[in-house]
Design a protein around this ligand. Structure first.
Ligand SMILES: C[S@@+](CC[C@H](N)C(=O)[O-])C[C@H]1O[C@@H](n2cnc3c(N)ncnc32)[C@H](O)[C@@H]1O
Length: 283
């Protein structure tokens, strides 16, 4: 039986509360440095909430949205440990049951590559942002070279069969524009874990299993050195491969002018996507 992304994350949620890749990163520091302070923050596909919580010092309202109940439980725990009040909303990114224009900042990190309709999810994020507010995404970066992109995609799929697609910067710019967001920053070739995460640890975090772990190592061992270098993959003296988790960071601002298109669907209702219901406030 193949699992959907939320089903898979439900069984491994606790890994993401302590994960060295997720709890801090250079891109999170960079986002904090380039974005203006936000009073209200929505973290979409929050996982354990590391990204939203990185903005908690300035925010009086923090909402975590995720499709996986156990991930929201991790968020509640982490927020409580840090003394942060938060709201947890169980929903798909493609259909978020929150009113339009309610946030100064909408963030989404290391999750968009799981979305089955990423354009719709970006439009939802744009809808949640108030006019003039920012939407910021950090996600795995697709490679502009098709052969390298295909290799990257195969490895991601071995690691996580629910992986959908890592997009290039060009594609991200198009998607932001299509959702009415003016791109203010788009930075490529970030490393979420600059020291490089071993294939063993990467697969442990994602519970990929021994077969997939072996297949990834075999595939990388058969890959030309210049391709590995192009993907910033290194190899230890004992033969283990290390991946820096290549990401891009894109931020866009929602126009202060009213949208030009008419006949848009009502705020807060997403149409056909199946949406787990339920939200709570705590803290
Ligand atoms: C790697 S974790 C997120 C990490 C987190 N954003 C962080 O910065 O630590 C990916 C998350 O995406 C969520 N997810 C996957 N597909 C989703 C969807 N369509 N809608 C909402 N959440 C989704 C999963 O439940 C999981 O919590």
């Amino acid at each position: 039986m193949s699992l959907s992304s939320p089903q898979r994350f439900d069984s491994i949620a606790s890994n993401y509360k302590t994960s060295e890749v997720h709890r801090s990163s250079p891109t999170l520091d960079r986002l904090r440095a380039i974005l203006p302070p936000a009073q209200s923050v929505c973290d979409v596909a929050s996982g354990a909430g590391h990204t939203g919580l990185a903005f908690a010092a300035t925010a009086s309202r923090l909402v975590a949205v995720d499709a996986t109940p156990n991930m929201l439980a991790q968020f509640r725990e982490l927020a409580a440990e840090r003394g942060v009040a938060g709201e947890a909303v169980a929903a798909f990114a493609e259909a978020i049951p929150l009113p339009s224009g309610s946030f100064d900042l909408v963030v989404c990190r290391l999750a968009a590559h799981h979305f089955t309709d990423v354009q719709r999810a970006i439009s939802e994020m744009a809808r949640l942002a108030r006019p003039g507010a920012h939407v910021a995404v950090i996600d795995l970066e697709g490679h502009p070279d098709p052969a390298l992109d295909a290799l990257n995609h195969d490895i991601e799929l071995l690691h996580d069969p629910t992986h959908v697609r890592s997009y290039t910067a060009t594609r991200w710019r198009e998607m932001f524009a299509a959702s009415g967001l003016m791109v203010t920053v788009c930075e490529t070739r970030w490393r979420e874990f600059p020291a490089g995460l071993s294939v063993g640890r990467w697969c442990e975090l994602g519970q990929s299993g021994p077969e997939a772990t072996r297949a990834i190592r075999d595939r990388l061992a058969a890959t030309p050195a210049q391709w590995l270098a192009a993907l910033d993959i290194t190899q230890d003296a004992d033969g283990e491969f290390r991946l820096p988790i290549r990401t891009l960071l894109i931020a866009g601002q929602k126009s202060v002018l009213p949208p030009r298109r008419t006949g848009e669907r009502p705020a807060g209702r997403g149409g056909t996507a199946r949406c787990p219901s339920g939200s709570d406030r705590f803290g």
